[in-house]
Design a protein around this ligand. Structure first.
Ligand SMILES: CC(C)(COP(=O)(O)OP(=O)(O)OC[C@H]1O[C@@H](n2cnc3c(N)ncnc32)[C@H](O)[C@@H]1OP(=O)(O)O)[C@@H](O)C(=O)NCCC(=O)NCCS
Length: 474
């Protein structure tokens, strides 16, 4: 047990309690059709938004939506939150197994070194960051990191890609049955297309590969913290190499070292958000990577997708919603009005979970625990609890809609002193390890993503010249 875990036994107990409740309520069994190797092409029922579509096999993580079960590389999320750390979980996601003490030490050292992104911050500060959406800054930051660390855009150092790209996207015969992983077009497991002899001379790196994952896992945290500082008219501060990823993140945002309890809760929040199947942002990142673009652009796309209020942006909306409701006594009338207007209640519902989201199960008692520290958080927690009761007794019963990860994370971050506009960037800070792990795995048997749309437009329309065109000739 680490020193931090020894000092925060009360938090571990809260995780165990949630875990016991989850096991009582859900009898988790893997779904055979989603947990066994497949032979391509595979038949599945697909709904709009690719619901139900199978895109690839993966050993990284599994979400059982009916039971409310989340697994990373074989380990239950409750166990990882109780025993592990974000660094260890990132290693697990990337490499597939828990590190030995020696491996973890080396991994942490790498991450600590990668926290420094001096040129990225220097360039970033030439923009008016206070006026920009923090997620836009984060995305820009990943682009600037690409410029700082990789040779991909340097004249004379651009790698020769001809060898790996056999054809372009439009020439893939998509009208044929997908040929599947065994015949993947762009396999490059044993060859590194980005290798360059001149690399050491310039001290620049490839834009894909494990080093780029380390850079992004650490660098995105540094950029997120810098955004907080700059928005408060303060300078970014250097990271503290003695601190863990979670503690350093809080330190770089606030300038103060967190208490063991704050560090542990942030660490758990980071673990919980690290991976979640092929959700919208992970898919966006994987689609970009599948074109043999690079890790920085792919992570930038993940950040862009995460920004939407239906995905990562929901946690910020939850806090605004709870503040708007204001008091427990307003919950019933507010909820009635929202339902009348057919508004979606932020922090509820999920494409995959049709049971209580296990991440919300863990965050709920942590939010309650932190809320005891100040009156405002306490009030928000009470409002959240009352709203949850309303939603579960109506939408929960009728449509299997329960709180998702975003419902209580906002209260947790707010209690830790993190401004609401930084909640989604914090989600990204954590999810980078999931995005990069999924990309590394997918690239081993890469096949460019290319779904199709059903054409329901017209045929045989007569072209009308600009001179003769009117609204009627449309
Ligand atoms: C997450 C989310 C996008 C999933 O979307 P989805 O799988 O496409 O589900 P749908 O939007 O098709 O919803 C199915 C039904 O449940 C309802 N529903 C889903 N989430 C709801 C919510 N939060 N509040 C009220 N009703 C909701 C829909 O209105 C729809 O009802 P209908 O069948 O009468 O049309 C959706 O639940 C949502 O918008 N939630 C709020 C935003 C949020 O918290 N996002 C974070 C996700 S981690």
């Amino acid at each position: 047990m680490s020193e931090l875990h020894k000092k925060t036994k009360e938090i571990t107990e809260l995780v165990f309690k949630s875990s016991r409740k989850a096991r009582e309520e859900t009898n988790a069994e893997p779904e055979p059709h989603l947990t066994q190797p497949i032979t391509w092409p595979v038949e599945c029922v697909v709904g709009p938004g690719l619901e139900g579509a199978i895109a690839c096999e993966s050993k990284i993580g599994y979400v059982n939506g009916l039971k409310g079960w989340l697994i990373y590389r074989g380990y239950d999320i409750f166990d990882l939150c109780a025993y592990s750390t974000y660094e260890e979980v990132s290693y697990l996601l990337l490499y597939g197994y828990l590190p030995t003490a020696v491996q973890l030490k080396a991994f942490k050292k790498n991450l600590i070194q990668c926290r420094n992104v001096p040129n990225t911050l220097r360039l970033l500060m030439s923009f008016s960051i206070e006026e920009m959406n923090p997620m836009a800054v984060l995305r820009l930051g990943t682009n600037l990191m690409r410029q700082e660390f990789t040779y991909i855009d340097r004249d004379g150092l651009v790698p020769k890609r001809g060898k790996v790209i056999g054809t372009d996207e439009d020439s893939i015969p998509m009208e044929t049955v997908p040929r599947g992983e065994e015949h993947a077009i762009y396999e490059f497991k044993d060859s590194d297309p980005f290798k360059s002899k001149e690399l050491s001379k310039f001290d620049l790196e490839p834009a894909i590969g494990y080093k780029s994952c380390y850079r992004l896992i650490s660098g995105v945290a540094t950029i997120a913290a810098a955004i907080v500082r700059i928005r408060q008219q303060k300078f970014p501060i250097d990271s503290d190499p003695e601190l863990s990823h979670a503690a350093n993140l809080i330190y770089m945002m606030t300038g103060k070292q967190p208490t063991p309890e704050e560090e542990r809760i942030m660490d758990i929040a980071l673990i919980l958000h690290a991976d979640h199947g092929i959700n919208a942002s992970t898919f966006a990142a994987m689609v970009v990577a599948s074109t043999l673009s690079d890790m920085y652009f792919s992570v930038g796309s993940g950040i862009a997708a995460l920004n939407g209020p239906l995905h990562g942006g929901a946690n910020e909306q939850v806090l605004h919603m709870l503040r708007e409701i204001g008091e427990v006594s307003n919950v019933k009338s507010w909820y009635k009005k929202s339902r009348k207007k057919k508004q979606k209640i932020m922090g509820f519902g999920h494409r995959v979970y049709k049971a209580y989201d296990p991440r919300a199960r863990i965050l709920r008692p942590l939010a309650k625990h932190l809320a005891k520290r100040n009156k405002e958080s306490g009030r928000l927690f009470q409002v959240a609890k009352a709203l949850e009761k309303e939603v579960i007794s109506t939408l929960g019963v009728k449509k299997r809609i329960f709180p998702n990860v975003d419902f209580y994370s906002g209260i947790v971050y707010d209690s830790l002193g993190i401004p609401p506009e930084i909640f989604t960037p914090i989600f990204a800070v954590s999810r980078v390890s999931g995005w990069t792990s999924r990309i590394m795995e997918y690239l081993e048997k890469n096949r460019i993503f290319r779904p199709r749309a059903i054409y329901i437009g017209q045929f045989n329309k007569k072209y009308v010249s600009l001179e003769e065109r009117t609204n009627k000739t449309r």
